[in-house]
Design a protein around this ligand. Structure first.
Ligand SMILES: [Zn+2]
Length: 160
């Protein structure tokens, strides 16, 4: 899937540049989920976004790879902040799991409590980054979300 990343990274917009308003990203992100839910059911839409995020995470993981875990995590945090996805904080790291929080989450920061966690794409993205480094499948869950009234976006990854 790296060819997708290679293609979309080619941007030719001399006048308008590469930045877009966050509202536009959120519109694309949330309206896509809304209509994907219509077609596939909410669970199907969640899986679709999770898998898309995971594939992107794997591709980005390759492009910022480092054999040293601490350097890799640093690269990830720098990428996430530079691309304005959020401010990544590692909360817990053990042999069995990793917990990371995303302040100022691109998708959910500032949203009202709508009673559910919605950052499926971002959780998949984190899963893909971790799977790339470990070279094996992991289980990733969103364990806190601004849209669920929990004040932060948090992903827990279990290394099975
Ligand atoms: Zn969230």
């Amino acid at each position: 899937m790296e060819q997708i990343l290679g293609q979309i990274a080619k941007i030719k917009r001399e006048k308008l540049g590469t930045e877009i308003p966050l509202l536009l990203f959120r519109a694309l992100r949330h309206y896509t989920h809304f209509y994907a839910s219509d077609l596939l059911g909410e669970k199907g839409a969640n899986i679709l976004l999770f898998n898309a995020g995971k594939t992107l995470g794997e591709d980005i993981g390759k492009s910022i790879h480092d054999d040293d875990l601490n350097q890799y995590l640093k690269n990830v945090a720098e990428f996430v902040e530079k691309e304005k996805i959020g401010i990544l904080k590692l909360v817990e790291l053990s042999d069995s799991k990793m917990v990371a929080q995303l302040d100022e989450c691109i998708t959910c920061s500032g949203m009202d409590n709508i009673g559910k966690r919605i950052c499926h794409f971002e959780v998949g993205f984190v899963a893909g980054l971790v799977e790339h480094f470990l070279g094996k499948k992991v289980i990733a869950r969103e364990t806190k979300c601004n849209a669920n009234g929990e004040g932060v976006c948090e992903v827990t990854v279990y290394f099975s």
